[in-house]
Design a protein around this ligand. Structure first.
Ligand code: IVH
Length: 669
């Protein structure tokens, strides 16, 4: 064969192989057996070996690149890869629709609904039809170049049907079956299984050796064009059709909906069909169809106003509740905890779930031995949702809270208006232990190296009877403890010593006064300055302070009136623990003197140029008050990266929103 004939044959083979590959991977309708594809690919390989100059980057032989990378290159996205606001129920969808309606005026608009594929967002760049670069989302502005790995995904065309220059966005994912098979292999090899298909897909695309990604059977759905302007289309759905015609794989479950009610119907239908899909989805994405209207609606700091993501309720699984154990907290509350046959839910193994109190156990009629439905509330905290009563065998045992404290055997009481049972014995060892753990915790005295276990050990060995004893610990006694080396003993003593210098609010919070959280402790410390002033404070003085209510005031006065408290504070003082506020003093800044004076500000999302605490301190120094949640009283919300519900709420309430740069600019003034 001469080179001309070879070139001719290569062209034919590209066309035929691409067609077969498209039919197989994109359309899921193969027209020839696999062996035919393999035969032609082999022929192409042979020709390319003989005439290396005929091997092009878009050749079907170039899916799995040979070289292993040292690291991924960074890629700056020309158009940022944003995330979406969330909707969790019908009401949220109606809210979204109202906002859209308000902003586009009363002209008509429609939506496109799509499945929200649970994978990894990627961006693909084509130049004159040739696939030149693929990248991860990264932080939205900068991602990583994973071109070699993406090339291994057979449904990604290496050359488009038209020589267009464009950037497309989509979700790479691992089908459910491939995920199950992969984990079975990993189990056999004794390797840690992937928590879910999303992690498996992300893990595969983050491999420096493209052969690994090639072996993982990944797939992709494309759902958008980064910059559709020059393509002569006017709606998002035309954009998706264009993607189809260029050879991309898009998801066919999409639907154009004329009203939000149609959207809700689609959401319901897809929630039902979800289990039958061969890939995982975690919700539905709803997008305004008209591209002009999308432009009109624009973006907030982090997401488009023209789209939202409806998130399906958390995953639920069934397991056996084998026991109910009790624990006594710092304030004496006795909490029942379900012991579960370990089960995987939403990515982690769950073996315990708090049952909170007896009322809840009665309400759900939870019995020991029951099969129960478990989910993760907010996708984080394990929770027993309900009991499968029809799976009972008759062996199940009803659970009753004890009358006596499981730790100290004193009688438990139910305080008026509370559901919880409490041990009110101030000498209860569990409460003392928990109280001490709280004292050393991060937001309190912040003594590193003193976790729950060490505290329990010190207490059990009678080396500490109260928190003041921490300051009398000696190295010789510490190193006698199990698992306490010389180095850790030194570190621990240094951390204890350092904590003596803490500002008063840490000590106040650490003491565990009822109703006094970290924020209230700060207010008290700033207002009164020293422990001595606080010890003699009256309810009236306290309630005169804006942030302090009657309940907290009573609790503070009651606390300091106890002789044991007087003694404890004396002991801490004698040990050299600082008893005064040493933090920044809130300057009296007149309104107008700074952008923050007299304003209530909420910080949300990730800040990149300073920590949240620094931002808070600087805003407060300029006369602002920083609070935790957005309400009608909020004047300003500073939204960093990935800001969530607070930002949404701010927008709903029409509160002014700044991005981080604006904050920095104001702070520099
Ligand atoms: S549109 C600017 N459509 O969901 C809007 N996203 O927070 C860009 N996702 O990580 C997103 N399926 O990767 C869109 N049909 C779909 C999607 C989808 C999954 C992912 C996306 C992003 C997240 C949105």
């Amino acid at each position: 064969m001469d080179i001309n004939a070879a070139a001719e044959r290569v062209k034919e083979l590209h066309e035929t192989l691409n067609k077969y590959s498209y039919e197989y991977y994109v359309l899921d309708q193969p027209s020839v057996p696999d062996s035919e594809y393999d035969r032609l690919l082999k022929e192409l390989n042979n020709i390319e070996e003989q005439f290396p100059e005929l091997q092009t980057p878009d050749s079907p032989t170039q899916r799995v690149g040979g070289s292993v990378l040292d690291a991924f290159q960074k890629v700056q996205h020309d158009t940022p890869m944003l995330s979406l606001g969330n909707a969790f129920n019908e009401a949220d969808l109606h809210d979204f629709d109202r906002r859209v309606e308000q902003l586009v005026g009363h002209s008509s608009y429609s939506y496109v609904c799509e499945l929200k594929i649970d994978g990894l967002a990627v961006s693909l760049k084509y130049e004159s039809g040739l696939f030149v670069q693929g990248a991860t989302r990264g932080d939205g502005t900068t991602g990583e170049d994973i071109t070699a790995n993406l090339k291994t995904i057979r449904s990604i065309p290496l050359r488009l049907q038209k020589p267009l220059t464009m950037e497309v966005r989509g979700e790479a994912f691992m089908p459910k079956q491939s995920f199950i098979a992969l984990n079975a292999i990993r189990d056999e090899k004794g390797e840690e299984p992937f928590a879910n298909p999303r992690n498996a897909a992300a893990g595969s695309l983050r491999q420096l050796d493209p052969r690994i990604a090639a072996s993982r059977n990944l797939d992709i759905f494309l759902y958008g064009i980064a910059n559709p302007g020059p393509l002569g289309i006017s709606t998002h759905s035309e954009g998706l059709d264009l993607l189809d015609s260029l050879g991309f794989k898009t998801n066919k479950e999409r639907r154009v909906c004329a009203t939000i009610d149609e959207v809700i119907l689609y959401v319901k239908e897809q929630s039902e069909k979800r289990k039958q899909l061969s890939y995982e989805i975690d919700g539905i994405v709803i997008k305004v169809n008209s591209l002009d209207q999308q432009d009109e609606l624009g973006f907030t700091a982090k997401s488009p106003r023209w789209a939202t993501a409806y998130k399906f309720p958390a995953e639920e699984v069934v397991t056996k509740l084998t026991d109910i154990t009790l624990s006594v907290g710092r304030t004496g509350v006795v909490t029942p905890t379900a012991v579960l046959q370990p089960v995987r839910v939403a990515g982690t193994t769950v073996g315990r779930a708090s049952l909170h109190n007896e009322d809840l156990i009665r309400e759900k009629d939870i019995r020991i031995g029951d099969m129960v439905v478990v989910k993760k509330a907010g996708d984080i905290i394990p929770e027993v949702v309900s009991v499968l009563a029809d799976r009972r065998t008759g062996e199940e045992k009803e659970f009753h809270m004890p009358d006596r404290c499981p730790e100290c055997d004193s009688e438990l009481v139910r305080l008026e208006g509370e559901v919880a049972l409490r041990c009110i014995n101030p000498q209860c060892p569990a409460q003392i232990r928990e109280g001490m753990t709280h004292f050393v915790s991060r937001n309190a005295m912040n003594i590193e190296g003193l976790g729950e276990k060490v505290v329990a050990q010190l207490y059990r060995e009678k080396l500490i009877t109260d928190v003041a004893d921490l300051y009398t610990l000696q190295k010789e006694t510490l190193i006698r403890l199990e698992r306490m080396g010389e180095k850790s003993a030194d570190n621990l003593l240094a951390a204890i010593e350092e904590s003596k210098q803490n500002s008063l609010e840490r000590l106040l919070f650490g003491l565990g006064i009822r109703h006094v959280g970290a924020k209230a402790a700060k207010t008290l410390a700033m207002e009164f300055g020293t422990m001595d002033r606080l010890k003699n404070v009256t309810t009236e003085e306290l309630t005169a302070i804006h942030e302090i209510g009657g309940k907290m005031a009573d609790a503070v006065v009651l606390y300091f009136n106890q002789p044991e408290v007087e003694q404890l504070i004396g002991k801490l003082k004698a040990a050299g623990v600082n008893m005064a506020y040493t933090g920044p003093v809130q300057a009296a800044v007149a309104e107008g003197e700074s952008a923050f004076a007299g304003k209530t500000v909420v910080l949300t999302g990730k800040l990149s140029q300073l920590t949240r605490n620094d931002a808070k301190e600087q805003i407060e120094a300029l006369g602002g008050t920083v609070t935790g949640s957005v309400s009608k009283k909020t004047d300003l919300v500073i939204a960093g990266e990935e800001a969530g519900s607070k930002l949404e709420k701010a927008e709903k309430l029409g509160v002014e929103v700044w991005d981080e740069q604006r904050l920095m600019d104001e702070l520099k003034k």
